[in-house]
Design a protein around this ligand. Sequence first.
Ligand SMILES: [Zn+2]
Length: 239
Amino acid sequence: MEKTKVVTLLSGGLDSTVLLYHILAEGYQPYVLSVFYGQRHKIEISYARMICKNLGISQKILDITNINELILKGCLAGKEEVPFGHYEAENMKSTIVSNRNMILLSIATGYAATINAEKVFYGAHAGDHQIYPDCRKEFVKALDSAIYLGNLWENNNKSIELIAPFTEMTKADLVKLGIKLKVPFENTWSCYSGTTRPCLRCSTDIERTEAFIKNNIQDPALSNEEWLQAVKYYKEIVK
Ligand SMILES: [Zn+2]
């Protein structure tokens, strides 16, 4: 039987990579979309490419770099320093990219409609809720309705569904699932700083370190030395 086609966004980060492995485990045929929107952490995209190449799956890379003039205003555009600290802190608001997820999911939906894919997957998880409104369940539900209605043609009762399977899961839960699905975490990148190795101190690195600590394993993307440093920074922040 032919597998159901689905579209998923892959940034090269941990969440979207676990999502891709989850989609494969569920028996879907994923079409991967990676979007370059001028983010500071370009390195992520090369990790996304490696993941797809190793899995032998279709990946489109879309370059809309100059959208950054419109939607990047904080540190991710490279205009300010990336704040160090925990995700929940107020200064993390500068890591927001205006309306990013709706823009990217809208592009993914256009791709899905073109290739007759039935679903678009979205990797928002519970840890994102605190500061990112477009990672919350209410947003997913509303966008799912909009996508459904916007792609429901009269002569065809099929439409497109938005699926966000991780909205109730924490980052630690995602790492746990990733371990089960044999996700090559060493081929994922989370750091926001745009440096050649993870800075270990930005909010996303701290969150990642916390997730591995909670699973009692070392982050395979880091050397032993980097891991010790990451744990030290984490402990300084949560003490
Ligand atoms: Zn970092």
